[in-house]
Design a protein. Structure first.
Length: 341
């Protein structure tokens, strides 16, 4: 079976490729940038999902499309979010439908819900609170229209924040501060419940849905999670460092981070600082009723990823290339807070 991954050089794309290759699948990858650690068994095509002719050519013989290509919040490319996340998604879906693929798997985002009442389910209002979330919602609706018009089986997955081997980005800052014994911070009292998702669990989930022939929209996360402060303390205990969790006044911190963001002095995007201090978790009952169960808890996935970060720190500390979630983030003004921690 031949699989096409868009955004194949990104964090999730690389995990998907590795999983498929381990199962003996043929894998084609499209991305604007190559990556030196891509398997030679992957057929790599360099280019953008906005290039219709390139996407059309890549669909030859493909049975399953894994559409992960997107501009993520860390890029802060607000003016291009809709171009890539909506128009790019529509182009890939249209060419997949013309090629007659068996399944189209679209990776959406929990950002489409904004700051929802929890637990979130498929009846929760879709109300993005920033430009990235709005673009992901528009992309989701675009592929849905293509699916309906062409009767193409479509699985939409809305993952919680992804964690796993090779995940850097914002997690690099967290892991590095804990490694050095610096204090880490929560907004408010830290009692908000945050749910994460291991990348392997996401892939296992939607491949399960393909096998069960269950198209539809699915909210995916772990079923074992706790408050943000408890989660951070468990990671710190595992790391064995002197780090402590400190509290910042929520409204003041959000306002300050918004100002720093507007001034270009912070790596954090609106999606990060607007939701970090809020509850955010999905109701997994629909997936569990189908027979799917996540393998990783918040603690297990964070501990595993932290250990991998420490083991490969000599590589990660200079990794300035690759997708936003697979390279270092410049701390900017957060570096000042780090020195004071």
């Amino acid at each position: 079976m031949k699989h096409l991954i868009t955004g194949g050089s990104g964090f999730l794309g690389m995990v998907i490729a590795g999983k498929l290759l381990s199962q003996g699948k043929n894998v084609v990858s499209i991305d604007v940038s190559p990556t030196p650690d891509q398997s030679p068994d992957v057929e790599f095509i360099q280019g953008s999902v906005l290039n219709r002719e390139l996407v059309k050519a890549a669909m030859k013989g493909v049975e399953v499309v894994h559409h992960t290509a997107a501009l993520v919040p860390l890029t802060k490319m607000n003016s291009q979010f809709h171009q890539v996340n909506e128009e790019g998604s529509r182009i890939v879906a249209e060419e997949a439908a013309r090629a007659g693929v068996r399944y189209f798997v679209h990776t959406s985002s929990s950002a489409i819900f904004g700051k929802p009442a929890c637990p979130v389910n498929n009846d929760s209002p879709l109300h993005p609170v920033e430009k990235y979330g709005a673009s992901k919602l528009a992309g989701e609706r675009a592929v849905e229209r293509v699916s309906i018009e062409n009767k193409m089986p479509l699985i939409i997955v809305r993952p919680r924040t992804l964690v796993g081997m090779g995940r850097l980005g914002i997690f690099q800052i967290l892991f590095e501060w804990i490694m050095e014994g610096r204090n880490v911070y929560v907004l408010g009292d830290g009692s908000n419940k945050i749910q994460f998702l291991h990348a392997d669990d996401l892939i296992d989930c939607y491949m399960f849905l393909c096998e069960q022939e269950k198209p539809g929209c699915y909210n995916v996360g772990t079923d074992r999670f706790d408050t943000l402060e408890t989660t951070l303390n468990q990671l710190i205990e595992h790391a064995g460092t002197t780090t402590r969790v400190r509290h910042l006044p929520k409204q003041l911190a959000v306002g300050t981070l918004r100002t720093l963001d507007l001034l270009g002095l912070s790596p954090l995007a609106p999606w990060h600082y607007l939701t970090y201090g809020e509850d955010f978790y999905f109701d997994l009952a629909p997936l569990k009723q189908l027979g799917w169960q996540p393998r990783y808890s918040n603690v297990e996935m964070l501990n595993e990823t932290y250990d991998q970060f420490i083991s490969n720190y000599d590589v990660f500390k200079t990794k300035d290339d690759g997708s936003p979630h697979r390279k270092r983030v410049k701390e900017q003004v957060l570096g000042v807070l780090k020195r004071l921690s």
